[in-house]
Design a protein around this ligand. Structure first.
Ligand code: COA
Length: 177
């Protein structure tokens, strides 16, 4: 049976950063550092590290299936018109990459939350919320007003995390007649 994806959207104009600032503060106090792919350098070595992190986290996405090879990942997720190393937020713990949140900007006028993932041992500490706040800042800096994403219906953690930020169901819009 076809998967009925849970499509979500967040109104960036209504998003209140201040409500989520404590998550960023708590993570930083706990020694988590936030940076971006652009800041660390969009090098082959860092693309490989991003791939490894993405692959590990994606293993927990329900029905994700086999992950890309590195070459496929570069071709389909990095060397694309919407990839922007500024839009790749990274969470580091003692220098090790433990989390990622990637966002792309689309010509239709919205941003898309591509992949948010934390290594299993780092989950449940608000790190993904903190990364998403930074991702929202990236989206806003491009003048977009809407952030979209979709998830497998069994991905309770991802859906819960996004609803916690204020994402609501992305209902198909019916044109007025
Ligand atoms: C989805 C994922 C990134 C969440 O990361 P996390 O670090 O555990 O999330 P946080 O600690 O920041 O939790 C944020 C909020 O999500 C919600 N949440 C987290 N886990 C949840 C769960 N299992 N069920 C329901 N809600 C959940 C909570 O509301 C939580 O906020 P609160 O603690 O203030 O109540 C993580 O589970 C993950 O990496 N999963 C595998 C990869 C994946 O599925 N990514 C999404 C597809 S792109």
């Amino acid at each position: 049976m076809a998967v009925k994806w849970v499509r979500l959207e967040l109104d960036l104009d209504a998003f209140d950063d201040a409500r989520f600032e404590p998550y960023l503060q708590r993570c930083r106090q706990a020694g988590i550092e936030f940076t971006t792919m652009a800041a660390v350098g969009d090098t082959v070595e860092h693309r490989r590290a991003l791939y490894d992190l993405n692959k590990t986290c994606s293993a927990d996405i329900p029905e994700r299936g086999e992950f890309y090879t590195f070459d496929e990942y570069v071709a389909q997720r990095i060397e694309t018109p919407t990839y922007d190393p500024e839009g790749v937020v990274l969470a580091l713990d003692c220098g090790s990459w433990v989390g990622m949140a990637t966002t792309s900007i689309h010509p239709e006028g919205h941003a898309f939350s591509e992949m948010t993932g934390l290594l299993a041992g780092h989950r449940g500490r608000g790190i993904s919320l903190a990364m998403k706040v930074l991702a929202i800042g990236f989206a806003r800096s491009h003048g977009v007003h809407l952030l979209r994403t979709f998830h497998h219906p069994d991905n309770a953690a991802a859906i819960g995390m996004n609803r916690r930020l204020g994402f609501v169901n992305d209902e198909p819009r019916v044109a007025a007649t």
